[in-house]
Write a new protein. Structure first.
Length: 139
């Protein structure tokens, strides 16, 4: 999972709702569509790998391609989608295009999802584990 750049604030609000509390007011259709688009954008594993590559600082397209051992057209397509969504920013440096994280909140979101997935996996594993033997029971 992607690391969090800053400590996770468990009282952080997302879409005006506390993460710790269930949503009290329904989201409007436009906001639901915006949130769904953001989740779809982050639902592609290669895009998460790109974000992870950019986590420590800006990189050129070639640096990202090299670090992910991908092909340039595929990486560029994903970078364009992330740019269009406002998740990454870019600038020109001579002939190179340099990308960076434009919305660091994406790392907090990934941290929340990673925590939830880890808790879910632990719960499933504990449900599969054999019961502990009772003390004093004969075998």
């Amino acid at each position: 999972c992607l690391a969090v750049a800053a400590p996770l604030d468990t009282n952080m609000n997302v879409c005006s709702y506390s993460i710790e509390m269930p949503a009290k007011l329904p989201l409007g259709d436009d906001m639901i569509e915006l949130v769904a688009r953001r989740f779809r954008m982050l639902g592609e594993p290669q895009r998460l790998r790109i974000l992870q590559a950019l986590e420590c600082g800006e990189k050129s397209v070639n640096d990202i391609v090299e670090s992910l051992q991908g092909n340039q057209s595929n990486i560029s397509r994903h970078l364009q989608a992330l740019y269009d969504a406002g998740i990454v920013g870019r600038r020109r440096a001579g002939t190179a295009v340099i990308y960076s994280i434009a919305d660091p909140m994406v790392f907090r979101l990934c941290e929340l999802v990673c925590r939830s997935a880890g808790e879910h996996a632990r719960a499933r594993l504990s449900a599969l584990a054999p019961p502990e033997p009772r003390s004093g029971a004969r075998g």
